[in-house]
Design a protein around this ligand. Sequence first.
Ligand SMILES: [Zn+2]
Length: 266
Amino acid sequence: MKICIDAGHYGKYNRSPVNGAYYESDMAWKLHLYLKAELEAYGVEVVTTRAKQAKDLSLMQRGQAAKGCDLFISVHSNACEDETADHPLACCTITGKADSIGQKLADAVAETMETKQKGRIRKKKGTYGNDWFTVLYGAASVGVPGVLMEHSFHTNRAAVDWLLVDANLRKLAAAEAKTIAEHYGLTKATAKPSAPAASAPDTATTSYRVRVTIDDLNIRTGPGTNYPTTGKFTGRGVFTIVETQGTWGRLKSGAGWISLNYATKI
Ligand SMILES: [Zn+2]
């Protein structure tokens, strides 16, 4: 199972008119990383469309990044004139192949966010008979069913206040990953992987320093997302790595391992 996750928008985009602390782009970035981690715990291979939040990429390219995947998900929150609108909306590729998982995801989001209205799906055709949503057109053009998930409305005060809480985004990610796992019959890997041989070519013991620029980088008990998190985060700063396995580094402090995908060697 391979899934491509796209964080809707980049930089500071779509500020909420009812709570200025909220930007859709910020929420989407956080949620898509939490969702990635939750899906990886089910053994799903996850690719994301952008390595950096501030990087822009065309809608078509973002959709086409799903090439070779079984599912494409684009993470968003919705907006409209009516401040009382409060429901998740799963926009699905017009092929209909994502309808079932789309409705289940919309239901899971409605239940987790306790939205006022039920979750629903939508399919919209463009002028030339393709998907109206360009990002979904991109995914469909490489043969991948896609869901553009609107996590209720950032024009609704209750929804925005809820989405601003990090712990709630983690809950959402867990609920969505569980829904996907159940739909595709995946189970969480419980067995601990055996330790790689000391002579593994991608193992290094020389130490070096890295800079972390995100607040919520998980520290894990081993080199991979299949190892549990310690419940602690590095925070921003410079850290010394004393052992490397693949894209994972062991912290000198003894606190555990971090993904080097979110760290820059200095
Ligand atoms: Zn959006």
